[in-house]
Design a protein around this ligand. Structure first.
Ligand SMILES: [Zn+2]
Length: 696
């Protein structure tokens, strides 16, 4: 479980779906791409083939003008001609790599389930996967695994009973009203404190309860029906289920109203409020906090950060405003919703219908994919060990390390020459860069999972969640462990954590087509170099720049330089606010500012790092008629090729701090002048605008 108050800044989030039980990306059959076509070869230049260089000719649309719409040029055939597999929400190189990784993990898990031998790690992941795959057993037990929890909820007769039951559910990592976790103290990066955060909504965020446009209303109505159907599956009579769903919507809407919005959630000063036990008791007078910590098994907790004091004060009033029956319905709903994917097919089917409404995904992922993903979530560092052995050798690690160092060097040069930065800020920035840690591939030490895995899947899942929560809370009051990872090794993603001032690149993303030690340098830098530049730049985006080299939330900017930084940020906000994610829905420039700054800075850094390694090279490596510089940008563009369902694009625009892939390419190359040079774009073409933004 990751710290709640400030999520690590990810590289990509395409399928976030909200709710307690994040919907994991499904997989797709291979062969959904059109067969490769001949690349448009400019006259002359011999060089190596595009495929050998690491570029996919089949994804390109060479009839498009790269200076008008580079995304279309790099990805047009994939976007226009490929079909998104029915059990996916998007398709492109990221999804294809996920397919390969998951197929590998499936084979590993099949072996572990069928012949684990004496290896305890194999036994554990095999048992988890085996229980998850046992559909007969799941059908037989229906909702029975939840019965003890539901019985507890049914006993609520008054507000005192409600308080006790909230604590009991939290112990199982089921979070009505708010979530509990631990986090690094924003202002003392050496220490872990407890964290309480808003939670308990079943739709992706507060806007889904409060917006009044027709589509949002439609989703809300569907959601109410979903809750009603879940109550029906638990055996409630029609009118009772209907009334229960009304209660749930009313309570969740009240929670939405007091919740922070998505832009506030990116401001570390707005989500960090360190109060001690007394402060919490004063903010929320009715809630029996001493009993709460005791029930969780951590009566000694002292320092706590809440995302917002007014939230907890308002929640206190809300907890007295409804009848016990309404609260029983709400708690039941949160419990069933959070566990639905672990129950029999009737629950799974309803849950998928809700996901389908939000994402447009046509079919439920096959069982094995859901079970691979659940094993990775619950036992990621056991499952990841075999992946690392087979898929990430010492050479790859060395090459990736050299790439990071190249990017770091480019940032150092950049900081040295920035005209808008004064000397004192520059010194602090260089210090932050020097102290930024990087992790590549997999952890130095594998973590342990000290909970029992038996034949009952839902029970296993509850045990894993409870163990993970207890493990998280055990850290409170102790020094920070800097060796931990927040992603499993096979994950196709990366992150920067501002409290740790570190960037992390799992083995899962350091694979073709993003990275291969055999690819030409222009391609590795354009793709993985830009990913590394992106994560490094997060340390200096509008959010990350508020933390210093030690990971403390502290203003190290002079007033004058800080003002210029804000002006540059404003330019990026305005640029992206003008883009439309889907017709009628604009990209939220403020919400996506950090990611866009990281994209622009990341590509600029990768470009200078790549020019550095190729400086003085005798022969440029051309391919398919493209120059080295063109290959660099093609690799960048293609790393984002993605066909995405319109429902997902709309949901991303409403919830996600990342811009849609098209703008992660076109918006970015327009701000990196080397692109216009490489493709000889005329002045005032879209990819060479009169005014370019960019902070780094
Ligand atoms: Zn990012």
């Amino acid at each position: 479980m990751r710290s709640l108050a400030l999520a690590p800044i990810l590289l990509l989030v395409l399928t976030a779906c909200g709710g307690e039980d994040a919907v994991t990306p499904p997989l797709a059959p291979s062969g959904a791409l059109p067969p490769p076509t001949a690349a448009p070869v400019a006259a002359g230049a011999p060089g190596i083939s595009l495929e050998a260089a690491g570029i996919s000719a089949a994804e390109m649309d060479v009839k498009a003008d790269p200076c008008q719409d580079f995304y279309q040029f790099a990805c047009g055939t994939l976007v226009d001609k490929s079909e998104i597999p029915a059990d996916r929400t998007s398709w492109g190189p990221v999804a294809q790599l996920q397919v390969r990784n998951e197929e590998f993990l499936r084979a590993t898990l099949d072996r572990a389930r069928d012949k684990a031998g004496d290896d305890p790690a194999a036994k554990k992941i095999g048992a988890w996967y085996g229980a998850c795959m046992n559909e007969d057993a799941l059908e037989k037990s229906g909702a029975k695994p939840l019965q003890p929890l539901l019985d507890g909820i049914d006993k609520i007769k008054d507000v005192k009973g409600l308080y006790a039951e909230v604590a009991a559910l939290h112990k199982h990592a089921i979070f009505p009203f708010f979530e509990v976790s631990s986090q690094q103290d924003f202002k003392d990066a050496t220490l872990v404190i407890a964290a309480l955060d808003q939670s308990g909504l079943g739709l992706p965020n507060r806007d889904y309860y409060l917006d009044d446009d027709a589509h949002t209303k439609e989703i809300r109505t569907f959601y109410q029906g979903y809750v009603e159907r879940l109550f029906g599956l638990l055996g409630a009579r029609g009118d009772v289920a209907k009334k229960a769903a009304e209660d749930v919507l009313r309570i969740e809407t009240a929670l939405a109203k007091i919740s922070q919005d998505k832009v506030a959630r990116r401001d570390p000063y707005k989500i960090y409020n360190k109060i001690d036990r007394k402060g919490l008791a004063a903010a929320s007078k009715g809630f029996p906090w001493d009993d709460y910590w005791k029930t969780l098994g951590f009566p000694e907790v002292k320092d706590i950060s809440v995302n917002s004091v007014p939230y907890f004060t308002a929640l206190d009033a809300l907890l007295k405003a409804e009848k016990p029956e309404a609260f029983r319905n709400y708690l039941t709903s949160v419990t069933v919703r959070s566990q639905a994917s672990r129950l029999s097919s009737a629950f799974v089917k309803e849950r998928f219908a809700m996901k389908q409404k939000l994402t447009g995904q046509k079919e439920l992922e096959p069982r094995w994919r859901r079970c691979v993903s659940s094993t990775d979530d619950a036992l990621g560092e056991l499952l990841g060990q075999e992946y690392v052995k087979q898929k990430f050798d010492a050479d790859s690690k060395r090459e990736a390390k050299a790439l990071v160092e190249g990017i770091r060097g480019a940032m150092k040069t950049e900081l040295g020459g920035l005209p808008w930065m004064d000397a004192s800020t520059r010194t602090a920035a260089v210090d932050k860069l020097t102290r930024m840690n990087d992790k590549i591939g997999y952890p130095d030490h594998w973590r342990s999972y000290d909970f029992e895995v038996g034949a009952d899947y839902a029970a296993n899942a509850l045990a894993a969640d409870a163990f993970d929560l207890a493990r998280t809370l055990k850290k409170v009051g102790k020094p920070v462990d800097r060796g931990e990872w927040q992603m499993s090794p096979p994950t196709v993603n990366a992150y920067y954590d501002p409290s740790l001032n570190e960037m992390v690149f799992p083995a899962g993303i350091l694979q073709a087509p993003f990275f291969d030690k055999r690819f030409t340098p222009a391609v590795n830098y354009g793709s993985t170099g830009a990913v590394m530049g992106h994560e490094l730049t997060h340390g200096f985006d509008d959010e990350g720049s508020q933390f210093d080299g030690s990971g403390n939330l502290r203003n190290w900017w002079s007033d004058a330089t800080g003002k210029l930084f804000k002006e540059q940020t404003k330019c990026v906000i305005d640029q992206y606010s003008a883009y439309e994610a889907v017709p009628g829905v604009h990209v939220n420039g403020e919400l996506t500012a950090g990611e866009n700054i990281a994209d622009i800075g990341g590509l600029a850094l990768a470009y200078s790092a790549y020019r550095n390694v190729r400086k003085g090279a005798k022969d440029p490596i051309t391919s398919g008629g493209y120059t080295e510089d063109q290959l660099f940008f093609l690799a960048y563009g293609q790393s984002w090729c993605s066909k995405i369902r319109p429902e997902v694009l709309e949901m991303m625009a409403k919830t996600n701090p990342h811009s849609p892939p098209r703008f992660r390419v076109d918006g970015v190359v327009a701000d990196v002048p080397a692109f216009a040079q490489a493709f000889s774009c005329k002045a005032s073409t879209p990819m060479r605008p009169a005014k370019a933004c960019g902070v780094w």
